[in-house]
Ligand binder design. Sequence first.
Ligand code: FAD
Ligand code: UDP
Length: 375
Amino acid sequence: MKTDVLIVGAGFAGCTIAERCAAAGRQVLVLDRREHIGGNAFDERDAHGVLVHRYGPHIFHTNANHVAEYLSRFTQWRAYEHRVLSSVEGRLYPMPINRTTINLLYGLALDEAGVAAFLERVRLPKERIENSEDLVLGSVGRDLCDRFFRNYTRKQWGLDLSQLSSAVAGRIPVRTNDDDRYFTDNFQKMPAEGYTAMFARMLDHPNIRVELGTTYRRDTTILQATDIFYSGPIDEFYDFRFGHLPYRSLRFAHEHLAAVERYQPVGTVNYPNDFDFTRITEFKHLTGQTHSGTSIVREYPQAHGDPYYPVPTEENQQLYRRYAALAQAEEHVHFLGRLAEYRYYNMDQVVAAALKMAAQFTGEAPGSAAQGAAI
Ligand code: FAD
Ligand code: UDP
């Protein structure tokens, strides 16, 4: 089979591009070095039949209607709003910090206006917000910062809040009301049969061939494709010629508890100050499964291992820009996704970027990908 388009990586980025190019009549070959499709959003049934996310909890949420509509062609959905509690000094508090968190922690009974006034009193605003510490101190002050953010961040990134871009802690809002949802997007749902089933449908097209367990290397992979879409680490593509871009890794410790029906009250409990792991997720909350027994995962951050998170510091951005300049000069290689663009993307942002890139490449009118879709 002739290959017009070679796609490196079968995650959200690669599957979206593959599906769009195949629909536009191109012959597509998708390679992934792993033995499965889905990238880091891959899910599977464990030995006990519980649907688990091998690479940590993935909760789909978006405000981009066209992304939700596009993915809805390949999956039905199960309504799910994620909730997180943070374990501080042996007690569980809503995270993001909200009215309940503050009243429970300080033994107060403030209403919304009272919480706003409380935060106004404790916050330590700076004229210029230069990093995540400035952002957190400026919104909740030192005590809440130290109890909920400082140690979690050090564990997760191996860096102090002050060393990370404000966008990192900026992912977590602060609320004066009782809303205890982790996300507030319009669309918060989980793929009804899981992510892997959704990816399998995206790739199920006569124009798409998938080769798993196959690593793409620029020098050795024979290229007869006219175009390459690359969603692996950008520094690896260029043989690390300017040095390694730091990616934070994790070790996922999965466990099945046969005698336990519910391990914890919500999907995820964060442990900012104790243990070497950051959080525990119980999958039955996310999937709605009613199995007997339950499966959980603990996330242990580490410096080395599979790349999961780009590390958003100014220094790393500078190094990334040197690689991005090389990428810019490529005529037939297109870089997309969390590792190739070195961006702390959520899943929906990767799909949005891939749809945009695919529309430019295939000449299709923007928005046509989602036509005829139903949620
Ligand atoms: P990936 O999923 O990383 O896929 C890239 C693929 O390329 C991989 O399968 C890799 O094996 C393959 N590859 C790389 N190099 C090569 C090569 N040289 N040859 C062949 N194959 C190669 N987002 C959310 O929206 N909600 C969440 O709740 C959420 N939770 C997350 C939790 C964790 C622990 C992590 C790590 C991420 C989470 N994300 C979440 C982010 C989400 O995982 C990413 O946005 C998304 O998976 C990125 O898709 P991608 O295709 O860019 O990359
Ligand atoms: N964070 C924190 N305490 C928490 C939750 C998050 O300090 O209880 C900070 C931490 O720096 C983390 C960032 O906020 O890396 C973003 O959190 P999010 O839950 O979005 O991380 P992800 O799910 O992407 O790992």
